[in-house]
Design a protein around this ligand. Structure first.
Ligand SMILES: CC(C)(COP(=O)(O)OP(=O)(O)OC[C@H]1O[C@@H](n2cnc3c(N)ncnc32)[C@H](O)[C@@H]1OP(=O)(O)O)[C@@H](O)C(=O)NCCC(=O)NCCS
Ligand SMILES: CC(=O)OP(=O)(O)O
Length: 341
């Protein structure tokens, strides 16, 4: 749990304001209370005051450390609606559309982040990934230099039976359905950055395939090879294996046999899946059969942090995503300060 404990400690050192738009879900409320009590974030819950109060009362939870905002009864609603209209009018949104949309908690929460009232948002315990991601992309936009938003899971391998221990990044398991070679290269570079930011280690990237170094020929393999070559051109210092099977990516003896000139040498900490079918099934296998803890889906490539959850998430999953969102907000602020000189 070292990597996760370090993330929690970093969050505690400088907590940021994180907004949750699904406070009426019991798991989200419990995670918010725990996160506020543990000091990993300042929490804002978007929802109906009476519903939140009743849920808290029935579960004997205290709301005293949380900020609660109801979009139907907030002094911010009008100005956020106006800002939303200004943002989306070119896409055909009218002022009336914006006034209605801002009352949706997901939209309200992301507008709080966009307008600087919060530093990051977490949703997805109730909303689908598609809805969470579409709202984040449309409202927060892309980070400078990014052309694609994608997602990753922070996979924690901490059970006594795990032969590999520590944190790994799996990407993309939640968002880009059928990436082409260019999109796959962007996913790999973003995931390498996420690994370095969250694991505090140099990234060692495996571009997963059913082929290792040309052992099979197919258009799907060629896509992975082309993506890896684009990454190598743009990030010459990054350790990366092109078209590598999972066993050769994570088992040193198999890498030695199948891929003797491997850069990663069976010690990958970033696994890039060729498409969303492989990625989504792969992370759920590692979690549900392999006993890994899956934190995410976390989003990469956005201008400000917004993260998703699986609808099957637990209180702990939400708590961990809140901590990661705080750390991403710290990193985004540091990048912005560096860019401003
Ligand atoms: C995320 C997702 C909803 C985007 O779908 P989409 O149909 O392309 O979305 P839309 O066409 O409505 O696009 C919404 C906006 O986001 C932009 N966009 C979509 N995907 C993007 C991406 N990956 N990166 C950057 N921008 C993106 C579009 O250009 C569009 O911008 P605009 O409204 O300003 O014109 C889609 O990729 C998806 O459903 N992914 C799978 C999610 C899922 O079910 N995962 C499994 C469980 S985790
Ligand atoms: C990431 C993911 O698979 O989310 P969900 O389980 O909500 O579909």
């Amino acid at each position: 749990m070292k990597a996760l404990n370090e993330i929690l400690a970093r969050a505690r050192r400088s907590p940021r304001r994180i907004v949750l738009c699904e406070g009426e879900d019991e798991r989200v409320l419990q995670a918010a209370v725990k996160a506020a009590e543990d000091g990993i974030a300042h929490l804002t819950l978007v929802g109906k005051w009476a519903t939140l109060a009743e849920l808290a009362r029935s579960r004997a939870l205290s709301l005293s450390r949380l900020e609660l905002i109801d979009p139907d009864d907030s002094p911010l609603t009008e100005s956020l609606a106006e800002a939303l209209f200004a943002l989306r009018r070119k896409k055909g949104m009218t002022r009336e559309d914006a006034a209605a949309a801002i009352r949706e908690p997901l939209c309200f929460a992301n507008m709080l982040v966009r307008e600087g009232h919060a530093d990051g948002s977490v949703a997805g315990a109730v909303h689908t990934t598609g809805d969470v991601v579409r709202s984040a992309i449309q409202i927060l936009g892309l980070a400078p230099g990014c052309r694609l938003v994608s997602s990753f899971f922070l996979m924690m391998l901490c059970q006594p039976f795990h032969s590999l221990k520590g944190g790994m990044i799996f990407s993309d398991c939640g968002l880009v359905i059928d990436p082409d070679a260019e999109q796959l290269s962007q996913i790999a570079m973003a995931a390498a950055d996420s690994a370095e930011a969250l694991l505090g280690e140099q990234a060692r990237v495996a571009m997963l395939s059913f082929s290792t170094s040309g052992s099979a020929q197919h258009g799907n393999v060629e896509k992975v090879v082309q993506a890896a070559r684009r990454v190598k051109e743009r990030r010459p210092g990054l350790a990366i294996d092109e078209d590598v099977q999972l066993d050769a990516a994570i088992v040193a003896e198999i890498a030695e046999r199948k891929l003797p000139d491997s850069q990663v040498k069976g010690n990958a900490n970033v696994l890039i899946f060729p498409d969303l079918e492989a990625g989504n099934i792969g992370y759920k296998l590692a979690e549900r059969i392999g006993g890994a803890e899956a934190i995410g889906p976390l989003l990469q490539g956005l201008a400000k942090p917004a993260n998703d959850l699986s609808r099957g998430c637990s209180v702990d999953d939400i708590y961990h995503v809140i901590a990661v969102t705080t750390v991403q907000a710290q990193a985004a602020e540091a990048r912005a300060a560096a860019a401003a000189g």
